[in-house]
Design a protein around this ligand. Structure first.
Ligand code: CP3
Length: 354
């Protein structure tokens, strides 16, 4: 489907959903809501089906992926589903030796730091991730009109895990490579852009109606470094999926100073964390893009009244936007009360109904 074609038949309802309309900056019946990390440890039904199954293995079982992806849609009545997977799944699929350690995150056995190491990053083909195609096929059948968001990790955030060997506070090895060997860095990011683009294409071709590029840790960079050393690779990813005409969301944490550039990289929707009010974010991003965000996920621990007050602030600050998708400023924290999330969805729907 191209950007200008409207779909026909059963896809029409999905195309006309509040979520996809908001991404396209069209009028909506209510502000759509979904949550990053809506599937996961905040849900008892998730913990139950995941029992005894390692994270990466669970991503490779289409029936389990389908069930976990649907759980928050059933429970919270969110306006979109996000595909249950992880940003390191495509790296694992091309043979990188890595694991996701509970309570830690992705850990890479042999970090990538030299030119010879780059050979371990081959191109991803649809055959490497057949379980993704299969799961999305099952999901789109079950979801009906609810859109499915596909996603991938952006080149910088993936590079950070690969170069550091695991989660990092200061990204010192990553920045050492970026500044110390710019050519090797550019080649690394370019390869990651190709892998990421291929992973997103698989998801769109299987039926994802939108994609989100997670550059979770890129807020660690100054704007000039982002523009020079990261933006070309992220822009390559966005260009690679442009022909499908599905909304492209770009999100990072602590990216207040980067919001304009992250839009410029090729996003249709810019995700904003809780540090910048949405009206100010809109000034930084400029016209022609929708915004997504941005309630502080920790506010959900403060009780219903406080959640409503802070949500009202987000909605007020979004009042003049061309398009707004309500979300948290980062993922749902694992100990969040799921009922607080359900109430929040209802609050946003009721208070934005037009
Ligand atoms: O509902 C959803 O959002 C869908 C699933 C999803 C997961 N990871 C599942 C997951 C998504 C969108 C991601 C993306 C992801 N993974 C990001 C970008 C989003 C962000 O939070 O900024 C990043 C940085 C990762 C890497 C990663 N994987 C981390 C930091 C962790 C947490 C480690 C921990 O245990 O605290 C993971 C593991 C992971 N990915 C879990 C889930 C549900 C937890 C593992 C489990 O439940 O056993």
């Amino acid at each position: 489907m191209s950007a200008i074609d409207r779909p026909s038949g059963q896809q029409t309802k999905t195309y006309d959903s509040a979520f996809l309309k908001a991404c396209r900056r069209e009028p909506v019946p209510h502000t759509p809501v979904w949550f990053m990390r809506q599937a996961g440890r905040s849900l008892p039904e998730y913990l139950k089906v995941r029992e005894g199954i390692p994270m990466l293995e669970s991503c490779m079982r289409p029936e389990l992926v389908t069930e976990i992806t649907l759980q928050p849609v059933r429970r919270h009545k969110v306006d979109a589903a996000i595909f249950f997977s992880d940003i390191v799944v495509p790296l694992k699929a091309i043979g990188v030796d890595l694991d996701i350690k509970p309570g830690v995150g992705p850990v890479v056995a042999e970090p990538i730091r030299t030119r010879a190491d780059l050979d371990r990053l081959r191109t991803l083909t649809p055959d490497d991730v057949r379980y993704v195609t299969e799961a999305i096929g099952m999901l789109t059948g079950e979801l009906g009109a609810t859109p499915l968001i596909g996603f991938a990790g952006a080149p910088f955030t993936l590079a950070s895990y690969l170069v550091e060997g695991g989660p990092s506070r200061n990204h010192e090895h990553t920045k050492a490579l970026m500044h110390g060997d710019p050519e090797l860095w550019a080649d690394l990011l370019d390869r990651l852009a190709d892998i990421t683009a291929a992973f997103l294409k698989v998801q769109i071709e299987a039926g994802a109606s939108a994609v989100q590029l997670f550059d979770s840790w890129v807020g660690a960079l100054a704007p000039a470094d982002y523009r020079r050393s990261v933006m070309p690779a992220s822009a390559k990813v966005f260009r690679a999926v442009e022909e499908y005409g599905v909304p492209r969301i770009h999100f990072g944490v602590g990216t207040g100073e980067l919001l304009g550039l992250m839009g410029e990289a090729g996003a249709d929707v810019v995700g904003v964390d809780w540090r910048v009010p949405l009206d100010e974010a809109a000034r930084r991003v400029g016209p022609g893009k929708a915004l997504q965000g941005n309630l502080d996920p920790a506010v959900l621990f403060a009780g219903t009244e406080a959640v409503e007050t802070k949500t009202r602030e987000v909605l007020d600050s979004a009042a003049g936007l061309e398009g707004h998708v309500f979300n948290l400023g980062h993922g749902v924290l694992p100990t969040t009360d799921p009922d607080a999330l359900t109430r929040l969805v209802e609050y946003v729907h009721t208070n934005t109904a037009r």
